[in-house]
Design a protein. Structure first.
Length: 166
């Protein structure tokens, strides 16, 4: 198995787990915030849904420069709208993986803001740290938001109090 195939398999599995969480979003609660400093449920879930778009940015560009990057975050208003967009973003990311090889994944990628360089790493490492782990971090936050709204949590890496099996 190539590195690209391995990362694709990991991405697809994590996308399935993420979708299980997003399917539980309660419509009508997208404005919910557990704390004044927290993102709303709608913003957090939209951010999570948008993360698969970062696969293409990571693999098919050499850098992200915030000084000249025009980013308009995706923001859904309903669970159905969010799931439809997420599924499309995942499908696009899968295609990006399929049309690129290990050599491309070992090339460097830089995140910076003008002259300030935040990091330069191989694209494969960026995918793991900046894309996959970032998604897992926010998915964990989402599980707290859902719990605080009495939404049963799906099993992800193991059983939950709501679902005893995987």
């Amino acid at each position: 198995m190539t590195l690209s195939e391995s990362l694709l398999a990991e991405f697809q599995r994590e996308a399935q787990l993420t979708r299980k969480m997003l399917e539980r979003l309660p419509d009508g609660k997208f404005d919910y915030k557990p704390h004044d400093k927290s993102m709303s449920l709608g913003k957090l879930s939209s951010h999570i849904a948008d993360i698969p778009n970062w696969v293409g940015v990571t693999i098919e560009t050499e850098e992200l420069d915030f000084a000249d990057f025009e980013y308009k975050p995706f923001e859904a208003n309903t669970r159905d709208e969010l799931l439809k967009a997420f599924d499309g973003f995942v499908a696009n990311a899968v295609e990006v993986f399929k049309r690129n090889d290990d050599e491309k994944l070992m090339g460097n990628w830089t995140m910076k803001n003008g002259d300030q360089v935040y990091f330069t790493m191989p694209k494969a490492a960026v995918l793991r740290e900046f894309v996959f782990n970032h998604n897992t971090h926010h998915r964990g936050q989402l599980s707290v938001y859902l719990r605080m709204n009495d939404v049963p949590l799906p099993s992800i890496y193991g059983p939950t109090a709501d679902e005893g099996s995987m």
